[in-house]
Design a protein around this ligand. Structure first.
Ligand code: NAP
Length: 283
């Protein structure tokens, strides 16, 4: 039976440290503050927003919500971001995406000041992930993968990590973060040939695909550690990852569950980035 790498203890350890850091900031008169920008009322945005607010409350982070109608025009959204940029009392901003189709998401994302970009929506933050320098932060989900590996003491240096998926939100940044920890990284995607054979060689396998059941026992080896980033809705209700958990779990050394894996660490990472941004602004 594989070791189950649950997200809750990872998030708990992060939050405990953040409560102390938020307290220090408040004692210096700084109230760490997150802006949340939401256009419309998508169910998954609302669920994430509520989870983020609960986490922020627990840590001592204030939240300012900017709720906009789904037909808001682009100029108004740009004004909101400019207001956030100019407000010294706001230290970071989470904006839900995708934005409605009538808005040019690329233009809007670039409008945020990179020092307040706690979830890597600007190119400047993304460049920082690739260069290892810069004012922004990696995407929260990509960083959550790293936090899980670190918490459970997974050695990365010199080991072979394979990432399935090459999106700018997860696949590519995770590959960069793993490489920064001296792993040897292979990236797979929808055009990769013999993907099972390549993945089978990995010590660490990160699945960020968006299709249930992609990772089957043929992708694995008995020493493998799997981080399943996928969140896929089941027709009968509930969520599942990208890994065929029932078939794969008995075949590997360790695996994250879905739900209760990566997803439960993401909001803790968001708060970590926010506290870090607040500390930088307070210097
Ligand atoms: P995405 O933009 O759709 O990218 C999916 C990637 O998977 C692409 O690079 C695609 O390859 C690759 N792919 C698709 N089918 C494949 C296959 N059969 N074999 C190999 N590679 C395949 O998705 P994303 O935004 O990166 O998200 C990935 C998953 O993470 C989704 O399930 C999403 O819901 C989940 N997610 C989880 C969290 C969390 O907190 N846990 C947060 C955000 C997202 P090509 O580039 O060749 O098309």
């Amino acid at each position: 039976m594989a070791e189950l790498l649950k997200g809750a203890p990872v998030a708990g350890a992060i939050i405990e440290r953040l409560i102390a850091r938020a307290g220090q900031l408040r004692s210096r008169g700084v109230v760490p503050t997150l802006a949340i920008v939401r256009v419309g009322e998508r169910c998954d945005d609302l669920a994430y927003e509520n989870a983020a607010i609960r986490r922020c409350d627990k840590i001592g982070i204030a939240v300012r919500r900017f709720r906009l109608e789904p037909d808001v025009d682009q100029d108004r959204l740009l004004e909101v971001l400019e207001e956030i940029n100019q407000d010294k009392g706001i230290h970071g901003c989470l904006m839900f995406r995708p934005l409605p189709k009538h808005i040019d998401e690329r233009i809007v994302c670039q409008a945020l000041n990179a020092s307040k970009d706690v979830d890597c929506m600007t190119d400047r933050s993304l460049a920082g992930v690739f260069t290892g320098k810069g004012p922004g932060f990696p995407p929260c989900t990509a960083q959550a993968v790293m936090e899980i590996l670190e918490y459970y003491g997974v050695e990365l240096e010199g080991r072979h990590a394979t990432v399935i998926g090459r999106s700018l939100v997860i696949g590519k940044p995770v590959a960069m973060l793993l490489q920064a920890k001296n792993a040897t990284v292979t990236m797979c995607h929808s055009k990769t040939r013999d993907i099972a054979g390549i993945c089978r060689q990995a010590d660490i396998l990160v699945a960020a695909v968006g299709h249930a059941g992609t990772v089957t026992p043929e992708f694995t080896n008995p020493g493998q550690i799997i981080v399943d980033v996928g969140i896929n809705s089941l027709p009968e209700g509930g969520l599942t990852g990208d890994v065929d958990f029932a078939a794969v779990e008995p075949m590997v050394k360790a695996i994250t569950p879905v739900p209760a894996g990566v997803g439960s660490v993401t909001t803790a990472v968001l708060c970590k980035h926010l506290i870090e941004a607040s500390e930088r602004a307070a210097v």
